[in-house]
Design a protein around this ligand. Sequence first.
Ligand code: HEC
Length: 135
Amino acid sequence: MRVMLIAVLCVSVVFGFFTQAEARPKSRYDATTKSFRILESGPLEWDSSPWGEGGKVFREVCKRCHSRDNDKGAPFIWAESKTSAAWNRVFAERYPKCANDGSWDGITPDQLLKLNDYLYRYGLNSQDITDDRCQ
Ligand code: HEC
């Protein structure tokens, strides 16, 4: 009986952990297009995942310089380097030097939106954003 109880307890703790770990922002406001982007359903769910197009652009373009111990003078960057809101600012204001010196050339506007979706979805504290739609 006691073993049963402990087993049930363990399962619920583990399950609770996973459901919590899965909580991700469901949408984001995009200042460049002045529209809400739904991140939780349809193709965007895929694009805003690490395996979608946004994650791919991050790995193939951004990480070319922003990898650990790079020789490009670029700080090491990963999704949790910034909060979701801070990532939105990176793309809305394009303040990084590399955004304006040609390093981002070749990324289409659509890919940039998906890259922003991806970084927003996995940014620091992104798990605390349960539903930001229309905020
Ligand atoms: C060709 C190399 C290169 C590529 C490609 C590149 N960056 Fe950078 N990035 C840099 C360098 C170098 C700096 C530091 C510039 C400075 O401020 O002197 C930088 C700075 C930044 C910063 C500001 C630093 C910080 O910690 O806030 C951000 C954000 C950033 N990059 C994001 C990106 C993203 C997102 C991509 C992909 C779309 C990208 N970069 C692609 C070289 C690159």
